[in-house]
Write a protein that binds this ligand. Structure first.
Ligand code: GDP
Ligand code: MG
Length: 170
């Protein structure tokens, strides 16, 4: 990848897992409680990652697109953040089908992705253990993070930065 390259990152995951909250936390270091869940937005962001300026375009998907729209998003993206909610097992079970969809649409290229378990502040309501998240990430050969868009714990920037690093290595 050339210097100060531009990467397109798409954020996927079931509606309600905190995709919008996570993206906005990453971009503004703030947490905003309510977003229009039907809203799809793109943001531009520049960061210095390992002494290189990377321009990101980030697509925050709504998580309720039809197949055709979703395929469009997959084709658009260079790299993907798949988010689930640690308090919602169903959102965790959505991860593998999502990954398969990405692979199908990107064939024969490899898919570059990271896995994020969000809402780590809600430990009392946890339904998916950290070990399960780690195991799934190992299966998918991708990096794994648990974090909270709400409190900012678990380093919300890291998944995005790691994705940029991996794309640059390709
Ligand atoms: P999206 O549909 O995936 O974009 O999810 P949103 O970002 O709209 O978040 C869905 C709901 O979860 C909202 O009520 C958020 O306030 C809440 N939420 C998002 N991230 C977190 C988090 O890390 N911790 C907690 N406690 N709530 C969160
Ligand atoms: Mg959203």
């Amino acid at each position: 990848m050339a210097k100060s390259a531009e990467v397109k990152l798409a954020v996927f995951g079931r509606a309600g897992v905190g995709k919008s909250a996570l993206v906005v936390r990453f971009l503004t270091k703030r947490f905003i409680w309510e977003y229009d869940p039907t809203l799809e937005s793109t943001y531009r962001h520049q960061a210095s990652i390992d002494d290189e300026v990377v321009s990101m375009e980030i697509l925050d998907t709504a998580g309720q697109e039809d197949m055709l729209q979703r395929e469009g998003h997959v084709r658009w993206g260079d790299g993907f953040v798949i988010v689930y909610d640690i308090t919602d097992r169903g959102s965790f079970e959505d991860v593998v089908p999502l990954k398969n969809l990405l692979e199908e649409a990107k064939k024969p290229k490899n898919v570059t992705l990271v896995l994020v378990g969000n809402k780590a502040d809600l430990e009392h309501a946890r339904q998916v253990s950290t070990e399960e998240g780690e195991r799934l990430a190992a299966e998918l050969s991708c990096a794994f993070y648990e974090c909270s868009a709400c409190t900012g714990e678990g380093c919300v920037s890291e998944p995005f930065h790691e994705l940029c690093r991996e794309l640059r290595r390709r």
